[in-house]
Design a protein around this ligand. Structure first.
Ligand code: ZN
Length: 415
């Protein structure tokens, strides 16, 4: 079932567009303070801008921070439909090399092991990645085993641009105004930071940045960071009897006081956690860096309080001032921003069903740019872009998944 006619020519356009994007090196860098964080991101940004102009989009702009905006004007007689935005990021993750990406295209995949690299015998196998079995008969795009692919989120970029091009080529499809947004630095958590929501001018938007076909997300974690400092007393070990207080040993005790079954590896779904991210320690001081996560507002507040109580208990036992904690809010669950606005979710779910896709609504165990944008006044759920195994050399995407994403975009904006 298909609501748009995606013939061979459009498949080629989508595939070639995606391949041209992934070949452009655009890894972001968390160490850098500038926006975009890396000069190389301008290469793909400028490339996309030229493409948008060639296709004939309206008001194509790029600002000094690399944020791209463009529009497909409404072709409705009475233009009272809302402007609907679609957003993706063109940087790729610094977790793995994104330089010199050499994508490989595998037509009519039959469920076999794909030897991505003959020299290193690097293999993408359904015995390890079962999701591959969902793509029998489809066209897969993979890496050569040496880099990530960058389907996260160049698949989203290619889908949004192709959907816009499709709408322009099909004036018989009546639709409202479509806004396109492309950002740098999502992978380092700064994709939304300098996004000009007022200039974008959309009533609501969707990030095309999810994974598997059908994904639709409008809930994410509430998030805080907690730094616990434990103070010891350093004395020469030979003269330490009755004097030394070893902060490292105290820290070991504190770590044990938090629930062992409330960590990232022991929770899923809507269960929150405490995650010990980093420990730096010597005899005189230990610094424990935690993150606290929970979807539920009340439970999130309770978790932060629990952490403070544990520190207070610890001080009762070991003496006032032994431990201290500083808790900082990081981001909030975007769900609250959809109260009274569930039509935004329903519209996406309906668009998926029209494309023959069963929506999979689930809560993100992390944050998204959409969550930040939702708090900046632009409600912004997340929709699948089709890529799998993000941030590493096993990353792949099926062309058919990207086609479905294009179809969902068209279905959302059409009247
Ligand atoms: Zn992404």
């Amino acid at each position: 079932m298909s609501t748009i006619e995606f013939n061979e020519m459009w498949r080629e356009k989508l595939l070639n567009r995606f391949l041209s994007y992934v070949k452009i090196y655009s890894t972001s860098d968390a160490e850098s303070e500038s926006t975009p964080s890396t000069e190389r991101q301008w290469d793909i940004a400028n490339y996309i801008v030229e493409e948008l102009k060639t296709i004939g989009l309206e008001d194509v702009s790029i600002d000094e921070h690399g944020y791209i905006m463009a529009y497909v004007p409404s072709n409705l007689e009475n233009g009272d439909q809302p402007t609907i935005g679609f957003i993706s990021h063109y940087d790729t993750s610094p977790d793995f090399s994104g330089e010199n990406v050499k994508p490989q295209v595998w037509e009519n995949y039959q469920g076999e092991d794909l030897i991505l690299n003959k020299e290193s015998n690097f293999t993408l196998s359904p015995s390890k990645f079962e999701s591959l079995k969902k793509h029998i008969g489809q066209t897969l795009i993979t890496t050569d085993g040496n880099t990530l692919l960058g389907a996260d989120d160049k698949a989203g970029c290619a889908e949004i641009v192709t959907a816009a091009e499709y709408l322009i080529a099909h004036p018989e499809i009546k639709h409202g105004r479509m806004a396109l947004g492309f950002t740098p630095d999502e992978e380092i958590g700064r994709g939304a930071h300098k996004f000009d929501v007022a200039k974008f001018g959309a009533e609501f938007a969707y990030t095309m940045d999810g994974s598997e076909v059908g994904e639709l997300e409008y809930e994410n974690f509430n998030a805080a960071g907690a730094v616990v400092k434990i103070h010891g007393l350093s004395v020469h070990p030979g003269y330490a009897f009755g004097k030394m207080v070893n902060a490292s040993l105290l820290a070991a005790e504190f770590i044990q006081s938090l629930p062992a079954n409330e960590t990232p590896s022991t929770t899923k779904g809507f269960d929150g956690f405490y995650h010990l991210m980093d420990v730096t320690s010597d005899v005189s001081e230990c610094k424990l860096q935690y993150i606290i996560r929970d979807h539920d507002d009340e439970k999130f507040e309770a978790r932060k309080k629990f952490m403070e109580e544990k520190v207070a208990e610890f001080n009762e036992k070991h003496g006032e001032g032994t431990a201290e904690v500083e808790i900082k809010e990081q981001y909030r669950n975007m769900k609250q921003q959809f109260e009274g606005k569930m039509h935004i979710i329903d519209l996406a779910a309906k668009a998926m069903k029209e494309a023959g896709i069963e929506p999979k609504i689930k809560a993100i165990r992390g944050g998204t740019d959409g969550a930040q944008l939702s708090y900046m006044g632009l409600p912004c759920p997340n929709i699948f872009a089709g890529g799998m195994n993000f941030h590493g050399p096993y990353e792949y995407v099926a062309l058919e998944s990207m086609e479905k994403a294009v179809e969902v975009i068209v279905n959302i904006v059409k009247a």
